[in-house]
Ligand binder design. Structure first.
Ligand SMILES: [Ca+2]
Ligand SMILES: [Ca+2]
Length: 117
């Protein structure tokens, strides 16, 4: 009789822990979905300073306006504007975008994609 009670007790304990583990994993799954909502990644291109998805003279003008203090660029626009990758935005970047539009084949980041999350 005592052995039977011990066996039943062990069985109940095993079932209890199995249910607890399954419940805990379900809770974690819900938490992960809540912490990581679905967001769309945005493709960005170096040289596209005005963020319209194309590299045109408007991008040259946008960088010039930023250098003149007329406008403030967003993080993505700043990153797109640094086409020589020197972590600064200056006249060199403006010239490189102009040269790209003129068909020069300089070694720059212009046209290369990065993903903004
Ligand atoms: Ca553009
Ligand atoms: Ca630069």
């Amino acid at each position: 009789m005592k052995n039977k009670i011990v066996k039943i007790s062990v069985c109940f304990t095993a079932v209890f822990f199995t249910i607890a583990i399954v419940a805990a994993s379900m809770v974690n799954a819900v938490e992960i979905e809540e912490v990581l909502p679905e967001e769309e990644a945005t493709m960005r291109y170096y040289g596209d300073a005005d963020l319209d998805g194309q590299i045109t003279m408007m991008d040259v003008i946008t960088v010039q306006k930023a250098l003149a203090g007329v406008i403030t660029l967003s993080f993505a626009a700043l990153k797109n504007s640094d086409v020589n990758g020197d972590k600064a935005i200056d006249d060199d970047d403006v010239k490189l975008i102009q040269r790209y539009l003129a068909g020069c084949n300089d070694s720059t980041l212009i046209g290369k994609m990065w993903i903004e999350l």
